[in-house]
Design a protein around this ligand. Sequence first.
Ligand SMILES: [Zn+2]
Length: 382
Amino acid sequence: MPHSVHTRSDTVQPRPAAAASRGRWTYRLGRWLGIDVYVHATFLALLAFFGLRAGLSGGAGAGLEQVAWMVALFGSVVLHEYGHALAARSFGIGTQDITLYPIGGVARLNAMPRSPGAELIVAAAGPLVNMALAFVFALGHTLSADAGQGAFNAAGELAWPLQFAVMNLGLGIFNLVPAFPMDGGRILRALLATLGNRVRATVWAARVGRVLALGFVVAGLFGNPMLMLLGAFVWFGAGAEAGAAVREEQLLGASVQQAMSRRFLTLSPWTQLGELAQRELDMTLLEDGVFPVESGGAVVGIVTAEALRDGLHDLGPKGYVADVMTRDILCVRPSDELSGTLRALHGRTLAAAPVVMAGRLVGMLTPRGVAAFMGGPQLRHA
Ligand SMILES: [Zn+2]
């Protein structure tokens, strides 16, 4: 079961609604230890399909048994995700939710710990849960079995506690394959990062991951096609994570001044929307532009090109900028630390901030400016 520990890196985008980022077609199973667990509809469909198929060929009992084993497998995956989530919690990192997809589980952590030791513990906690389950069930069977009763039942099948143990052992070992961004790859990254450079550690872990991803695809061609899917997952995941790590490192130590746009168009609250439309503002600037609104030498709000367009549509040309602007703003200084500023904006779901020095507007911190500073389009994580 491949799965990933997702982290958020969309620092400037307003926080999307939880349901939107998790995707539609997910249903809440429940909430345990303060974490919501969801299941994707395709998984339920898969459960019904395999249950029916087994039921049609082997009778109702076989169908139920098939469903029970799939539920046991995914229960093990959920416990695995809880391993990550609870380990992260011990480092003060929260988890948004856990979602079960047919391809595996995803625990969406708010962040990954930056210290290699902590990352290693969080990454290893998932597979360790499966190893522990395997050990407990194997031991339980051994202790409870009557004298003379071996590992196999009368029908020559492995006893169910041992089957469950083997399944969890497989899950644990499989996730330890060092294919970043799978758990084993994160452990590899953490180990490499103890040598000092987190970005280089990530790049190397991603390279190892991509070599293994190619191996999965080739193995998938001759064997289980699921391996090809896993190969694609690892290939793209490795690239995205390596890019995110490089950008994160760029953000550290940077100041607002380095990412702010110095060219911006200042609007007055009393400008009519029709007038703006007539001035034929540069459409590329309008594409995702955010404008400061000034009155009497003070910044009184910001307004996005989108809000201006919507305002023109709803209020007509006689509407004012004041009617559509956002008054809840966060003014920042050029010397402010960039990553902390972006976090603060994110926390208040603000898209941009006016940059003010000595009472004077000197720049705008916008998503586009930040993306340009970080070299390329912004990575948006689910
Ligand atoms: Zn895991």
